[in-house]
Design a protein around this ligand. Sequence first.
Ligand code: GUN
Length: 309
Amino acid sequence: METKLLDGKRISAEIKAELAGRSELWKRRGIQPGLAVLLVGDHPASHVYVSSKVKTCAELGYVSRKILLPADAGIDELLGEIERLNGDDAVHGILVQLPLPAGMDTEKVLQAIDPRKDVDGFHPFNVGRLCSGSPGLVPCTPAGILQMLKRSGIAIQGRRAVVLGRSNIVGKPTAMLLLQEHATVTLCHSRTRDLPAVCREADILVAAIGRTAMVTADFIRPGAVVVDVGINSLRDREEVVRLFGEESPRREEFSRKGYTLVGDVHPAEVLGRAGWFTPVPGGVGPMTIAMLMWNTAEAAARIHGLPWE
Ligand code: GUN
């Protein structure tokens, strides 16, 4: 069976081009979407993510603010920054990069963000709106998955969707969005009995469990749409050979960089069995940042009373 590519790189570029066009139009009316990103501490991966968000803002003609706090900053300092940004008219989106340093109350921090500026969609107000099917800001990765499916012409209504992984960031909101699109949804996780059999029921399988190549051929119904949300850094040479073979370009990449990225889906076993798949990298990853830009524009539109479809 031919396994078609769900091309996150292409689709995210398409979305960003649309947003850049809209931002250009708004500029003539004196409106420029603004995103503030707060980062506490020196989590190395977080710095990379934050820089890439700031760079994308510049590409789309948005204003961005990067606010760095030291690892030993207290929660009151962070809450003070959020309060200030809540009242800043040039800022339409506020994102606190997670994870926060150990011991900092993440719930309390997320709840301090004005729900109208909550571009991560993590505030209980927006979580509630999503669960009740009302318009609101939707978490970026789940929103990106839906855009990928829709823009690739994949039908959702009436189909069986299985979401593997129950995180607040991906699993739960993705299940809600698929349900809203009239899929029949199963949300399963590491303690589900006979996971492969449950996943094999899926016409659309979303793997977001954070375990390298866990989804093997026996999880996949032939012809299924397989969306891989996992981003796992593989640092073991033998494992790279086991997953990609001796001759793969990944071997070369691994020798050069000392790691390669692998999803939650076994990269060789999905090919020839699924109908569609998202590669890692280049699948869901680029969609997340495009949807953050989308949410920032959507928040700006609501705040300024501009139309948003
Ligand atoms: N860290 C990893 N993923 C995310 C995300 O989607 N939002 C935030 N704020 N932090 C993250």
